[in-house]
Design a protein around this ligand. Structure first.
Ligand SMILES: [Zn+2]
Length: 86
């Protein structure tokens, strides 16, 4: 599944502040590998959200901006693909 910047932010926020059980395997202690994996996913989503947000106000050339948007915004990428096949 591909996320837009705001979707990455929501996913990170959900992991960090949601009621989701950090470990669904019933491990007796906090800090188990499952909880660590979930935290790493939250950090990853946060970094991708930050990258996408930074692009909004960046000094990229139009060509670079186009490539970044294709990589980070699934809707933009789908629009571009649709135009390319017209
Ligand atoms: Zn666990």
């Amino acid at each position: 599944m591909s996320f837009s910047g705001p979707q990455h932010w929501r996913e990170a926020d959900l992991i960090l502040t949601g009621d989701a059980d950090p470990c669904s395997y019933g491990c007796p202690h906090t800090g188990c590998p499952h909880e660590m994996s979930m935290l790493v996913r939250a950090i990853g989503h946060g970094l991708l959200a930050l990258t996408a947000a930074t692009l909004v106000r960046s000094g990229l050339t139009p060509a670079d901006r186009h490539e970044w948007l294709k990589a980070t915004d699934p809707e933009y990428a789908a629009e571009q693909d649709a135009e390319a096949t017209r």
